[in-house]
Design a protein around this ligand. Sequence first.
Ligand code: IPM
Ligand code: MN
Length: 367
Amino acid sequence: MQLRVTSLPGDGIGPEVTSQAICVLEEVAGGFGHDLELDEKEIGGAALTKFGNPLPDATMQACLGSQAVLLGAVGSPAFDHNPRELRPEAGLLRLRQGLGAFANLRPAVFYPCLAACSPLREEIVKGTDILIVRELLGGLYFGQPRSIEGAPGARQALNTMRYSEPEIERIARVAFQLARTRRRRLLSIDKSNVLECSRLWREVVTGVARDFSDVQLSHMYVDSAAMSLVQKPAEFDVILTENMFGDILSDQAGGVVGSLGLLASASIGGPVGLYEPVHGSAPDIAGKGIANPLGAILSVALMLRHTFHLSKEAECVEAGVTSTLKGGFRTRDLARLGERTVSTEEMGAQIAEFVRLAAGANNRAAS
Ligand code: IPM
Ligand code: MN
């Protein structure tokens, strides 16, 4: 099978983790007999520095011409004072929009061998396996009007939370479908005791549920859900929520399972899927070779599953991550005091090696 992928390393630790994810993807392609066509382009601060634009046309065109995009991270303090359209984040938001990627999937899974990494007691966190389905193209992130206006000292800032019925319905359908592939429990999180957007959200989601009578739907307010997420994370299955709530709750879920560095994401729904780790650019540790590449590597697994429908290959990458963690390999974010740590590259190499051996075994079995 041909795999046409655009890679966008971006800023901060983005390039370090992306290059490990690509090593793993190359190993998958080689080992399972796929033809990988890779194209690398700039985004975010890297693109601003080079072209004065966080999402140059050449980047957008390359992404639209490929089947999937692997992104590292965007964001750099160097651009903190830029106007909004000239910030690295604007490049990512325009990319998500340009790809029509309205459904953001963020799995948060607890690894028993990382029990010591979670701030929660093992009896609380064990069994946690959550899939956050975050609406990605609406709400406060994109709502118009938006502005900061007025004279210094008396300025006013405005953002708009806006959702239409079709926008809610399409993300709800994705979440219900995914719930069918899991434990068939869907929790929709909103703030319908205060927000009109949330009242419409709850109404539309409840309507969609009629087409999915085999999935058990429940609703929760976001404040209460935030508490439950740390009190009984193992009780969650699929979470469906709007853009801003999903941004916040997914970082929280990363903390619950031990490190945001472990979380991967898939942004789907449009013609081209976008895959990126949840962690962001982490400028404080960039360039040191200590970043955790697992979020990026697990994003490759999501790409194999959701864009290419190669579930055996996706499972192989995930098995590589599990086995590497079981083998005691820890980047700094996962290490306990006194534990030996490995570099970004060593961690990536372990998984690539696992894939190479597993693919070899797979090929021998097939012949
Ligand atoms: C994320 C990030 C982005 C977001 C930023 C970088 C625009 O925090 O993917 O969660 O807020 O969506
Ligand atoms: Mn975020």
